[in-house]
Design a protein around this ligand. Structure first.
Ligand code: GDP
Ligand code: MG
Length: 661
């Protein structure tokens, strides 16, 4: 369906006014005909003016326009409270070449399509009118939302981008304060509004060439207070008449139509001009209103976030120093969260006035920015806790007595769990909601450190046990070998000795295993250390045997054996040789016993397999068991014989001398 086809049915008309823009946002091409036929304006040249009105729904705009200009804009019916037709209405004022534009919008609280229309029609009005009446209740003054300041800001912003350049026509903003009571003087209200306007102006994102411009370069302000139409009807009428003069009486000192407000469009070109403005507002994508609003929203939200971030930083910075000093700060997470919440709340108060999607995005950006800052607080607190907890764990561990009742594993597990719980509590407290902070690595690290400490302590203790057992084991072995080789040597010397040795090894191994088990030594670690202990015991055993069979000791041993038979009788009394005693025979017999002893010491006479079984030392061979090799044995025997031959001679002599007496 083409626009032209639908037109007649879509637009509303009456005698004096037309719906310039309908609620499909279509421009009424009947405007030219109206200008010519109904209003007689087509021939007016520059001699006409344009006034528009801006303000919230149902603030008496249409009522005021009708009263001022004798137009016939529809007014909301008080009884039925029915909405008037949406759109922009255009009418001629009575007795003056003056076009009046009435905008029927929504109450401004609705979003989406309605807001879009409101914005566009407000921008259109501002762009084409010389005087823009800004209508508001007195009690809305200073209220950003209520007085439509948010909308005004957007409109001014886009207007600046779209239509305003240096030398462009200026516009009078005529603020009409409705239901003006008079308690607050008008000039105070005026001041509030002016301040707001300047604030809005400063916050606008201005094009490069207008960076330093002032709002007064583009706008003049005028302020009027109108009493309540119903309660103070008389005063209302009087004030409206006075206001009317400003539009009708060229000699009025406040006459509103200054030449530099005029857009300089001849009346016959006005329809075309108005349409082109509307097209620009509606169609130009480069200058799309949402884009402008988008930019404005971005700019403002970023600015607000920046301000709030400064405050936020100043609040949290004192904690930084304490954290750097290693402190674990109580309730840090709670405090930081409060500061962050406050910052977001403050941001929202101002930021929510801007485009919802941008505002939400910037809010989450701001949150993320703060979270990034807070992350170093998070890691510092956790790192401090980690250090303290590890130190504490070690101290507590050192104080613990570990015995059969309270073995290493129990002790470790108990302390480990406590420490981890303590750590987890700090981590939980400092982990703020709405963050993606992850403590896994920290927890892993603490676990590792605690385990390392535990292992070190365990290893140290096991080593101590090993050291003590090793010492006592070797001492016992040495004593055992010494006594075996020196006292009551029997035929079964080696079997007896090795039996005793085996018992000693087994006892000490068990002792070690019992003690080490308390320290939860692992099976293979136990085996390994046991093996080392046994090896050491074998070394001690073997070395002692060689120490005890040195030449001199062997000769003494042989000599003692010889003497015990040759010089002493079976009662242990020294023999007195008498003539006829078989000295030669006894000498030989004693020698033989000594030789037998020497043979006993030749080698360690225990089966290799048995040795290996008990000592777990694999690399022993038969040769190693030989103590006195044949050549050495010969030498020993010679030396021994030399020492005992003198005894033989002494014995012989003693018999001779007895005979001689
Ligand atoms: P518009 O939507 O801004 O054009 O408002 P209308 O002109 O349709 O008026 C809305 C309602 O406010 C109507 O019921 C009017 O009777 C009422 N009204 C008009 N002027 C005033 C005024 O000065 N004070 C008060 N309190 N109500 C008014
Ligand atoms: Mg109205």
């Amino acid at each position: 369906m083409r626009v032209e086809d639908s037109m007649s049915s879509v637009y509303s008309y009456d005698e004096l006014q037309l719906q310039l823009i309908n609620d499909n946002k279509e421009f009424n091409t009947e405007l030219g005909r109206f200008m010519k036929e109904k209003w007689n304006l087509a021939e007016s040249g520059f001699d006409y003016n344009v006034v528009a009105v801006f303000g919230s729904q149902s603030t008496g705009k249409s009522t005021l326009l009708n009263r001022l200009f004798h137009t016939n804009f529809s007014v909301m019916d008080e009884q039925s409270r029915q909405q008037t037709t949406k759109g922009i209405w255009l009418s001629e004022a009575r007795e003056r070449p003056l076009l009046i534009m009435d905008v029927e919008g929504t109450d401004g609280r609705e979003r989406g399509e309605e807001q879009d229309f409101e914005r566009k029609s407000a921008l259109f009005s501002l762009a084409i009118s010389e005087v823009l009446i800004i209508n508001m209740w007195e009690n809305m003054v200073g209220l950003y939302q209520g007085a439509n300041m948010g909308l005004l800001k957007t409109v001014l912003d886009v207007n600046l981008q779209l239509f305003q350049n240096k030398g462009a026509a200026r516009t009078l903003l005529l603020f009409v304060i409705r239901d003006f009571v008079g308690v607050t003087p008008l000039k105070n209200l005026q001041k509030t509004i002016e301040d707001d306007m300047h604030k809005i102006w400063n916050e606008l994102s201005k094009p490069e060439n207008l960076q330093n411009s002032d709002i007064s370069d583009f706008f003049d302000f005028m302020f009027i207070g109108l009493p309540h139409k119903v309660f103070k009807n008389e005063q209302f009428e009087k004030e409206v008449d006075l206001l009317k003069n400003r539009f009708y009486d060229k000699d009025d000192p406040n006459y509103v139509f200054k030449p530099d407000y005029h857009r300089r469009i001849p009346a016959d070109g006005f329809p075309q001009y108005a349409q082109s403005i509307w097209d620009k507002v509606i169609n130009n994508k480069d200058l799309d209103i949402p884009t402008q609003q988008h930019l404005l929203a971005q700019y403002r939200c970023e600015e607000i976030a920046k301000e709030e971030n400064e405050i936020f930083l100043s609040k949290i910075s004192p904690f930084k120093e304490r954290l750097d000093n290693g402190e674990i700060i109580d309730n840090l997470g709670q405090d930081l969260l409060e500061f962050r919440d406050t910052a977001i709340k403050s941001f929202s108060v101002e930021g929510c006035r801007y485009r919802q999607d941008i505002y939400e995005k910037k809010k989450s950006d701001f949150l993320e920015q703060m979270n990034n800052t807070l992350y170093s607080y998070y890691t510092a607190q956790i790192t401090n806790a980690q250090k303290a907890i590890v130190i504490n764990f070690k101290e507590k561990f050192d104080d613990k007595v570990i015995d059969d009742n309270n073995d290493f594993k129990n002790t470790f597990d108990g302390l480990y769990e406590n420490s981890l719980n303590e750590f987890q509590a700090v981590v939980d407290e400092i982990t703020l909601p709405q963050t993606n902070w992850n403590s896994n690595e920290f927890i892993k690290k603490v676990k590792e450190e605690l385990n390392t400490i535990g292992n070190n302590i365990r290893r140290k203790k096991v080593n101590e046990i090993r050291f003590t057992i090793d010492k006592s084991l070797r001492k016992e072995v040495v004593l055992c070998v010494r006594s075996a080789l020196n006292e009551n040597i029997s035929e079964n010397l080696w079997e007896d000795l090795f039996d005793k040795y085996g018992v000693i090894v087994e006892q000490n191994e068990n002792k070690f295993i019992n003690k080490a088990t308390v320290y939860s030594c692992e099976e293979n670690e136990l085996k390994h250390i046991s093996k080392e202990l046994k090896k050491a015991s074998w070394d001690a055993f073997y070395d002692t045997i060689f120490d005890e069979t040195k030449d001199t000791l062997m000769i003494i041993r042989l000599k003692e054996k010889f003497e015990s038979i040759f010089r002493y009788d079976s009662n242990g009394l020294p023999k007195v040789w008498k003539p006829g005693d078989d000295i030669d025979g006894q000498f030989q017999n004693s020698l033989n016993e000594a030789y037998k002893l020497c043979d006993l010491f030749n080698r360690i006479k225990i089966p290799l397999t048995k040795i290996k079984e008990i000592t777990e030392v694999d690399n022993i061979d038969e040769d190693a068991l030989e103590i006195i090799e044949p050549s050495k044995k010969k030498m020993l025997i010679n030396r021994f014989r030399n020492t005992v031959e003198i005894l033989y001679i002494d014995a012989k002599h003693s018999v001779v001398s007895t005979k001689a007496e």
